[in-house]
Design a protein around this ligand. Structure first.
Ligand code: ADP
Ligand code: CDP
Length: 207
């Protein structure tokens, strides 16, 4: 079984992806880490994220097995990711690794922005997860604070809005629900209730 999870920044995609993978015995890929990894290569070498040629080279050379999640889950890497991910060459270079991951047995959960629309258009189940921007900013702010990262909730909200606008407005693989995606709004749901709702959507899709 292949489960595709898409949605805007900090909507809970990764949390649901991990939990659904554990529940159904599938592997999980957080595809945002790939784009964050590309941005991190550029930023850590002192180059701007909008250096298209370097971004394409970094994507082609990326080793998905060696991504340091802690270093990549920063605001700077997220912002950089939303810039490099708009370059078609970057997306093309990362396509195969995602499709291969999805196709390997026993199946997988992938989360990102274009899983249901581009990477796995034939996924068995597609979930588009949303929450209000304010609630997403609150959750991401708490996460950053727990990790000791210095940032305000207002900055996080700004960042989320800017990235969502870039991700929905780009020409290639924009963020949008696939026509056959099931919508899950978690604004008023805690993690456990969100997981239960997602499992119910998977079960409904399999019937
Ligand atoms: N339903 C929920 N209620 C409260 N907090 C949540 C919920 N879902 C996720 N979170 C928390 O919100 C933050 C963002 O979730 P995450 O799964 O990383 O989102 P995404 O992968 O979409 O960026 C994390 O700190 C996570 O623990
Ligand atoms: N499949 C994907 C996944 C991420 N991305 C880009 O990578 C950025 C970071 O993605 P992410 O999933 O790690 O971001 P969060 O939702 O975790 O904050 C997004 O803002 C998108 O620009 C993408 O274009 N396509």
């Amino acid at each position: 079984m292949i489960i595709a999870i898409d949605g805007p920044a900090a909507s809970g995609k990764g949390t649901l992806g991990k939990r659904l993978a554990a529940h159904y015995g599938l592997r999980h890929l957080d595809t945002g880490l790939l784009y964050r990894g590309v941005a991190h290569v550029l930023l850590s070498a002192g180059h701007p994220a909008d250096d298209r040629v370097r971004a394409a080279a970094a994507a082609a050379a990326l080793d998905p097995g060696r991504l340091d999640e802690d270093a990549l889950k920063t605001q700077a890497a997220g912002e950089g990711a939303s810039i490099v991910s708009a370059f078609p060459e970057v997306r093309a270079a990362l396509l195969d690794v995602q499709r291969r991951f999805a196709a390997a047995p026993p199946g997988a959960v992938l989360d990102g922005r274009d899983i249901g629309t581009v990477i796995c258009p034939d996924a068995d189940v597609k979930i588009f997860v949303t929450a209000s921007a304010e609630e997403r900013a609150r959750r991401r702010f708490l996460e950053f604070r727990a990790r000791g990262l210095a940032v305000t909730e207002a900055e996080v909200l700004d960042d989320i809005r800017r990235r969502d606008a870039r991700d929905t407005g780009r020409a290639v693989a924009p963020l949008r629900p696939a026509a056959d995606a099931r919508l899950l709004d978690t604004t008023a749901l805690d993690v456990e209730a969100s997981v239960a709702a997602a499992i119910a959507l998977v079960e409904a899709a399999r019937r």
